[in-house]
Unconditional design. Structure first.
Length: 372
């Protein structure tokens, strides 16, 4: 199931889950982060609990409660190591599957027994390897091609490092003038600065901004080294608008839905993959107000053609599928049945980027198999 960030994939997965439960089967929902797993648990439970359907959450350090009958289990990679998993699994749902390794995704399918469950993957940006499976593999694709009503396209702007101060001042002004309508993310690739790198990091930028440009605003910090309770506390305060500006790493990539968050600044943008950039951008633009995403590459790499072309394409295209096809042409699909996630596999005739040709060949092959 491919739908852009914020298009409503979760509700479709809940409908599929309900159908599986009513057929007498349990459902496993796997998310890449604790934050997203908690978000799913809240969404699924809100709809399914009134229908007397058991929904359990399993993240690191938690244990499942043995329950008889069909149930829904939502969790992170901790699910891979859980001993108590129902035998009657009818549906696996893997959300944002580009965040899992190939072995992790396949491990879920092991031990399925005689009955093979349905397998639903959901993503806003199919990574090249996934897109390759779509082109000539066994995946059937459903597209959500519309966004919720009143959703406005996010304006993405590519800036140079020289414009950083002006951009921060503009963000400051927007929040001061319309505090109820605007919150901002500042995204960094690292938690702490390193002697081996010139990259700015989240902790240092948090200190810089909270004591400087944003000293009269409420600034928060969120990164992967924080404990789960700390993360949930920060996210809760951000949702309640008790934080104006959230300085964060990619921990916010999935699972945070704040309708008043309308501005994002991504620093050292060349350090992120296109799938990551697209997911990050999707954290804003969830309300009915104009939203902005600014991307700034590191000093010294701004003028390199490859970086410039990639970030330029990202800033000019808001479609997840277009971003994925561009990523495919740049990185290659990886070995379709292997674990390598990039690089062009050799072929005798076609080029892997001949997407239309592959689709046509696959259609003809299916007609031959079906005897049409």
């Amino acid at each position: 199931l491919n739908g852009d960030v914020g298009s409503g994939k979760t509700i479709f997965s809940i409908i599929a889950t309900y159908a599986a439960i009513k057929s007498g089967h349990s459902v496993i929902v796997m998310a890449p982060t604790t934050i997203l797993a908690n978000q799913h648990y809240k969404s699924f439970n809100e709809i399914l609990e009134p229908l007397q359907i058991n929904v359990q959450l399993l993240t690191s350090g938690m244990m499942l409660e043995p329950i008889s009958g069909p149930q829904v289990i939502i969790g992170t990679h901790a699910l891979l190591y859980e001993k108590y998993i129902p035998e009657n699994i009818g549906l696996y749902i893997v959300d944002e599957q580009h965040r899992f390794g190939v072995e992790q995704r396949e491990q879920l399918k092991e031990g399925e027994g005689a009955t093979s469950p349905h397998y639903l993957t959901m993503t806003a940006t199919p990574i090249p390897r996934t897109l390759t499976n779509v082109i000539y593999g066994d995946k059937e694709v459903s597209l959500i091609q519309e966004m919720p009503q009143n959703r406005i396209d996010i304006q993405t702007k590519l800036l140079t490092g020289k414009k950083r101060t002006a951009c921060l001042n503009w963000i400051h002004l927007q929040i001061l003038e319309h505090p109820k309508e605007n919150q901002a993310y500042i995204i960094l690739p690292l938690v702490e600065e390193s002697e081996k790198s010139d990259l700015k990091a989240a902790i240092q930028v948090y200190e810089e901004l909270s004591q400087g440009t944003f000293k009269d605003l409420k600034v928060g910090l969120l990164h992967g080294r924080m404990k789960d309770k700390e993360k949930q506390s920060v996210i809760s305060r951000f949702k309640k608008q008790k934080i104006d500006v959230l300085v964060a790493t990619t921990v916010v990539e999935v699972g945070i839905d704040v309708s008043s968050a309308s501005i994002m600044l991504i620093e050292h943008a060349e350090k992120f993959g296109l799938a990551q950039l697209h997911q990050l951008r999707g954290r804003v633009g969830r309300g009915d107000k104009p939203s902005f995403c600014f991307v700034i590459p590191s000093d010294g790499v701004e003028q390199t053609e490859q970086v410039q072309n990639r970030l330029q394409f990202f800033s000019q295209n808001s479609s997840g599928f277009k971003v994925a096809e561009y990523d495919l042409s740049q990185r290659g699909p990886g070995e379709v049945y292997g674990t390598m996630q990039s690089g062009i596999p050799s072929m005798k005739i076609a080029d892997i980027t001949d997407i239309k040709l592959f689709k046509k060949a696959r259609l003809l092959a299916s007609h031959i198999i079906l005897g049409k």
